[in-house]
Write a protein that binds this ligand. Structure first.
Ligand code: SAM
Length: 307
């Protein structure tokens, strides 16, 4: 049964101040409040102490949408974490935020953990792609560093709940490595794999990702719009905001899935020449209905060897 939210401890980081009795009393006998510079100095001391303390983190893959994609290993890891850092990615993705909370409610025994929400900034999209991404990553890195230093107490384990699998189109490990490399904060992290949207898509369509003896490529919609790889293998496409499948050879077979594994799951498959418009319309309608869409598709080449 889901635990009441009220029973959970939402403890913020505790600021260490001298006991009231140790602070000089005011003339009228009331204890003093700290002045702004004194508060800032105290905060700087606390952060400095925090930076020198070693932090332990878990990067936990939670699967790509179905709470039952959470593995036994992930459940064990969830139960070790004291503080979960939960990203807010705007109103549209409130569902994803909700699912992370649901996973904690469902799989963690007791209520001896807390959730710290944080906002993920929007990435600028008007400049050079690589420059915009680098600037955005630096901003996110600063946020993570602040969270780790200010929100994680001594002996506590911090947790990041990663959609799908942490190794696929996710920057968390890279950001933690960059924080370590910068040398300001000492941290160690463990990674728990998760069921990626790619595995979930293949399972729902009951299709193998690669053809026998061939490789397969995972790429973004942006890359696919430059053309298919010429190695003759299949292609899995993620992060496609532009219907990149539309201009391809109509003989290709597409296995498309939106919100795979969730209650809103949508699946379409067939030869591109027959279903490309259907997929494009389904994507457009889904975005209009929910405000956001996460979809992935496999493009399979026509078999030339009787497979
Ligand atoms: C930032 S990537 C994260 C991928 C994730 N780490 C994984 O293992 O699936 C987000 C992309 O993953 C794909 N995706 C994630 N969840 C999905 C789902 N439930 N159904 C279909 N595609 C999904 C979409 O292509 C989406 O644009």
């Amino acid at each position: 049964m889901a635990k009441s939210r009220r029973t959970r401890r939402f403890r913020r980081f505790w600021i260490s101040l001298p006991a009231r009795s140790q602070r000089p009393a005011r003339i009228d006998g009331t204890p003093p409040t700290l002045t702004r510079p004194a508060k800032d100095a105290e905060k700087a001391r606390r952060i400095d102490r925090g930076r020198r303390m070693k932090r332990n983190l878990m990067v936990i893959g939670i699967g790509a949408g179905n709470p039952e994609y959470v593995t036994v290993q992930a459940v064990k890891a969830l139960n070790k974490v004291s503080v979960f850092f939960i990203p807010n990615k705007g109103q549209d993705k409130a569902d994803l935020h909700h699912l992370r909370r649901e996973i904690c409610d469902r799989y963690i025994e007791g209520s001896n953990y807390r959730l710290v929400d944080f906002d993920i900034p929007e990435r600028a999209k008007d400049g050079v792609y690589a420059t915009d991404v680098a600037a955005w990553r630096a901003e996110v890195r600063a946020i993570y560093e602040r969270l780790i230093v200010e929100e994680l107490g001594a002996g506590e384990i911090g947790g990041f709940l990663i959609w799908g699998d942490p190794s696929l189109y996710d920057g968390t490990m890279g950001i933690l490595d960059a924080i370590t490399a910068a040398g300001q904060v000492e941290l160690e992290y463990e990674v728990i794999p998760g069921i990626s949207s790619v595995s979930a898509l293949a399972a729902r369509h009951k299709v193998a990702l690669n053809r026998i003896g061939k490789s397969f490529t995972v790429m973004s919609g942006r890359q696919l719009s430059q053309g298919m790889p010429d190695d003759g293998g299949n292609v899995v496409v993620m992060l496609d905001s532009r219907d990149a499948f539309r201009d391809l050879d109509g003989d290709l077979e597409i296995y498309w899935g939106g919100y795979v594994g969730t209650e809103d799951e949508l699946l379409v498959s067939g030869k591109l020449r027959d279903v490309a418009e259907d997929v494009a319309r389904t994507r457009k309608d889904a975005r209009a209905r929910k405000g956001w869409l996460m979809d992935t598709y496999l493009l399979s080449r026509p078999s030339d060897d009787g497979e």
